[in-house]
Every structure is written in structure tokens, then in C-alpha cells.
Ligand binder design. Structure first.
Ligand code: NDP
Length: 277
């Protein structure tokens, strides 16, 4: 019997998730169908209930519905609670479980695929939106020496830091919020762009010298060279886009749903090959 899954968003036609999940299903011999669902901006809950009524087993959730998905779930995994957002829904007899696989996806891409460890490193996280919130705890769990969050709207970065500081389990962490202007003279081993500035080709006001020698510059956006990536290349950093994160977060969702972990390397290679063609 085929099991059905979907990704819900608005817009959604650009989503690569069906291709990724069908590739995972083929390689793990799972009988699934995965489709895109465009929900009206005021129609997320209705779209989810529609899927449940049709017997779907789960769904991924993308922009702009991750907070609504968080509010709608009857039960939340601890990583969804930490993130304050949900990108993966599991439908079972008792209702809707909300999970978040974005953070684990980013960390796995950087540590396993790219081969860079966070342990003992100086890390700069740019942005304080949903994606930044989603990756914060998983990055801290890797024990960097220092994590600085910077954001155009400073209050949001300060709030993220305050929440970590108020959490007794996070007392081992050195975490601070800096304005862009305060970054002069600082340098980092790993710089992660979790803003959507690249969507509009906007430049981030990053000072020269923030990339330590051999630093990793990671932009969560994928499919284009953003101004952040251009700047990082000019300054000698090793640069990656967010394709690996996208595929790793999908692999984690697939594992949660199907109980079997797909291999991600062939799917990453397939997308890189397609981009070159
Ligand atoms: P949000 O809308 O929640 O947050 C946007 C963030 O970008 C905010 O911090 C905002 O700052 C900042 N920002 C937007 N425009 C600018 C600008 N011109 N200059 C400086 N800062 C700016 O978006 P998300 O957090 O959900 O997503 C962020 C990015 O991450 C997107 O590009 C998304 O595609 C990508 N992403 C990639 C994933 C992957 O799997 N590869 C998964 C999830 C997200 P302010 O607070 O001041 O408005």
C-alpha cells in the first residue's frame, strides 16, 4: 500500500522536496507518494486537515507556515520546542506530532558532508528569523567556543541570547548578540548566513576580516551565488550554499516517517549534476 506525504507552503511550485523524497523512497524501497500542496495564506489548518482526511501519513511545512504548524501540533518533539517552529508533521491515531529537522540538517551537512566540526570554533550566526532559531540549539549542542548572533533588528538577536541564558542546560555556552557595527575586529571560523537577504541580492554590512584563515562561509540559501557568498569568496573563505542542509533536513524527516535513513550523498550529487547541466 502506498503511503502519502506532502509539502505545504505558499509559494510551493519551486519546492524540490518531492524530487528528494522520491529519490529517498527509491533507494530505500519505500512505497510512497509525495506531493506539493499550495495552501492559501489563511488556509494552512484546512490544508492539514484535508491531508489527514485523505489518509496522508505526514507533511513537511515551509514558508510561511512553520509557526502555524508549531501552534497546531498536539504534541511537539523537544527539538521543535527548542526551535519554536515545526517543519515536519507526523499524523497518527492520536493527532498531529510537530517536529523540526532544519537544525539537524544544517549540522549534519556541515559536520558530515563538508567535514567541519563546530567544537571549539568561533561561530557567527547572521539572522534571527525562523531558520536561525531552528539551528541555534543544534549548533550549541556541538560545543563551539563562542557563538555570536547578529541581526538587522537587534532586539530579535538579543531575545535569542536571553532565552539561551535563561536555560540552565545551556550554562556551558558562551553566546552573545552583536550589532553588525560591533563586528569590526572580530573573526570567525564558521560564518552562517541565516538571513533571506540573498533573495533580494542585498549585501550584508559585514566588515572586512571577519573570516578567519580557512573559515567556512555557509549560506542557507541554495541555487545561486548570493552577495554574502561573493564577499566570502573574495575574502578567501571556503563557501557552501544550503543545498546540503535542504537534503539533510529532508532525510531526517524521511527517517522519522519511515524508520529508515536514506543515503543523502547520491541525492546531493544528483542536484549538483543537474545544476551543471
Ligand atoms: P525569516 O523571514 O523568518 O527571517 C529572515 C531573516 O533575514 C531575519 O533575520 C531578517 O532580519 C533577515 N533579513 C531579511 N532581509 C535582510 C536584509 N536585506 N539585510 C539583512 N537582514 C535581512 O526567514 P527564515 O529564517 O525562515 O529563512 C531565512 C533564509 O534561510 C531563507 O533564505 C530561507 O530560504 C533559508 N532556509 C534554508 C533552508 C535550507 O534547508 N537550506 C531551511 C530554512 C530556511 P530582520 O529580523 O531584521 O527582519
Amino acid at each position: 500500500m502506498t503511503d502519502f506525504y506532502a509539502v505545504i507552503g505558499n509559494p510551493i511550485e519551486h519546492s524540490k522536496s518531492p524530487v528528494i523524497h522520491h529519490a529517498f523512497a527509491q533507494s530505500t524501497h519505500q512505497d510512497i507518494q509525495y506531493e506539493r500542496v499550495l495552501a492559501p495564506l489563511d488556509g494552512f489548518a484546512e490544508a492539514v486537515h484535508g491531508l489527514i482526511a485523505h489518509g496522508f501519513k505526514g507533511a513537511n511545512v515551509t514558508v510561511p507556515f512553520k509557526l502555524e504548524a508549531f501552534a497546531m501540533a498536539n504534541r511537539l518533539t523537544s527539538r521543535a520546542q527548542d526551535a519554536g517552529a515545526v517543519n515536519t508533521l507526523i499524523f497518527d491515531a492520536e493527532g498531529i506530532i510537530g517536529d523540526n529537522t532544519d537544525g539537524v540538517g544544517l549540522v549534519r551537512d556541515i559536520t558530515h558532508n563538508i567535514g567541519v566540526s563546530f567544537a571549539g570554533k568561533r561561530v557567527l550566526l547572521i539572522g534571527a528569523g525562523g531558520a536561525s532559531e531552528g539551528v541555534l540549539h543544534p549548533i550549541l549542542a556541538e560545543h563551539p567556543a563562542l557563538l555570536i548572533i547578529t541581526n538587522r533588528t537587534m532586539d530579535k538577536a538579543l531575545n535569542m541570547v536571553k532565552r539561551i541564558e535563561a536555560n540552565d542546560e545551556m550554562l556551558f555556552v558562551s553566546i552573545q548578540a552583536y550589532a553588525f557595527d560591533d563586528l569590526h575586529g572580530q573573526h570567525f571560523d564558521i560564518v552562517i548566513n541565516a538571513t533571506s537577504a540573498g533573495l533580494s541580492d542585498s549585501h550584508l554590512p559585514l566588515p572586512a576580516g571577519i573570516f578567519a584563515p580557512n573559515a567556512l562561509a555557509y549560506d542557507m540559501m541554495y541555487g545561486r551565488i548570493t552577495p554574502f557568498m561573493g564577499l566570502a569568496l573574495q575574502q578567501g573563505a571556503v563557501v557552501f550554499g544550503g543545498l546540503g542542509m535542504l537534503i539533510e533536513q529532508a532525510a531526517e524527516a524521511f527517517t522519522v516517517w519511515r524508520g529508515i535513513r536514506p543515503s543523502t550523498a547520491p541525492v546531493i550529487a544528483m542536484f549538483i549534476q543537474q545544476a551543471k547541466a
